[in-house]
Design a protein around this ligand. Structure first.
Ligand code: PBG
Length: 340
């Protein structure tokens, strides 16, 4: 190997200087080893969080049409898959439940059922893989017949009533053994309410990964297909952030920190690298970024058609998150990347 790379290093030899340049940035790019030395950011498997869909009442995985290569796993498959992920070096998974439509109602009652899919899955994962970090999403949309993250009253997504339900939901997941609860709902005051509820019941070690700057994005489309969780009416613009706003993300971050968040997340990823960077400049908490379903789908679609190279596009996209300041990355490519 060493001799091979040596023989290729022609560029380290002499060449005539036509321009009188003191600074030649290309000197630091002239060989793979030199590039390795000066590289500023790296992705490692320990930074990756794998978002996983689990569905009750199925014996075999179902592929999600708009996310080729991503599946709704049966409860049994979930454990096997998680075991494989751990073997590959993955430290954390984020759980998303595909709830039986018959169990969905306007109150999202199933979210508070201690024996339902999510708490059941958390318990099974924790007993099979005690070290694996389990992140449980807190929002009503997978459970609600309205498909909104909070409660809908007369067409309005109400705040304070929703926060009360979300805090109870967080308790159910914490009790089942979740390491982090991850409120993805964007209601005001939910981090504080959840922290208070957790502490009151003795779950002082359960963390909160806040979807802090979550934008009202078109890139969630395939995820909503996966869980059949699209809003039945209206959109999410009265609670998720306006894609035009950046300063507002700093305001959300300040509130979440004050209310007791442990990790802040920006979502989606690639279209919001500037937000990630701004938060990195301002906050000391660990930052997560979510490369969402639509971003996954775009890379798949373009590479399937031979327009871009899949592996290089995945690697470059993950690297861009680290460069912008992410400590950890939620990505549907986690297992694929770890296998490279
Ligand atoms: C639910 C939730 C969504 C995602 C994560 N949690 C969808 C939404 O807010 O509509 C999206 C993830 C993805 O697109 O991969 N609150």
């Amino acid at each position: 190997m060493a001799t091979k790379s040596k023989s290729k290093r022609k560029s380290l030899g002499k060449s005539k200087s036509a321009l009188n340049l003191k600074q030649r940035p290309r000197r630091n790019r002239q060989s793979a080893f030199v590039r390795d030395l000066v590289r500023e950011s790296k992705v490692s498997v320990e930074d990756l969080i794998w978002p996983v869909f689990v569905k009750e009442g199925i014996a075999k995985r179902e592929e999600i049409k708009t996310m080729p290569g991503v599946f709704r796993f049966s409860e049994k498959e979930l454990i096997q898959e998680a075991r494989e992920a751990v073997k590959l070096g993955i430290r954390a998974i984020a759980l998303f439940p595909a709830i039986d439509p018959k169990k969905k109602d306007p109150h999202g009652s199933e979210a508070l059922n201690k024996n339902s899919l999510v708490p059941r899955s958390i318990r099974a994962l924790k007993s099979a893989l005690p070290d694996l970090v389990i992140i449980a999403d807190v929002a009503l949309d997978p459970f609600s017949s309205d498909g909104h993250d909070g409660l809908v009253v007369d067409g309005e997504i109400v705040n304070d009533e929703s926060v009360e339900v979300l805090a109870n939901m967080a308790l159910v997941f914490a009790e089942a053994g979740a390491d982090y609860v991850a409120p993805s709902d964007m209601m005001d005051g939910r981090i504080g309410a959840i922290r208070e509820a957790l502490d009151r019941d003795g779950f002082t070690k359960t963390g909160i990964l806040s979807y802090c700057a979550k934008y009202a994005s078109s890139f969630y489309g395939p995820f909503r297909d996966a869980l059949d969780s699209a809003p039945k009416s209206g959109d999410k613009k009265t609670y998720q952030m306006d894609p035009a706003n950046a300063r507002e993300a700093l305001r959300e971050a300040a509130l979440d920190i004050r209310e007791g968040a442990d990790i802040l997340m920006v979502k989606p990823g690639m279209p919001y690298l500037d937000i990630l960077y701004r938060l990195r400049e301002k906050v000391s908490l660990p930052l997560a970024v979510y490369q969402v379903s639509g971003e996954y789908a775009m890379i798949c679609a373009a590479s399937d058609r031979g327009m871009i190279d899949r592996r290089r596009a995945i690697e470059e996209s993950l690297l861009s998150f680290k460069r912008a300041g992410a400590d950890m990355i939620l990505t549907y490519f986690a297992k694929e990347w770890a296998g490279y």
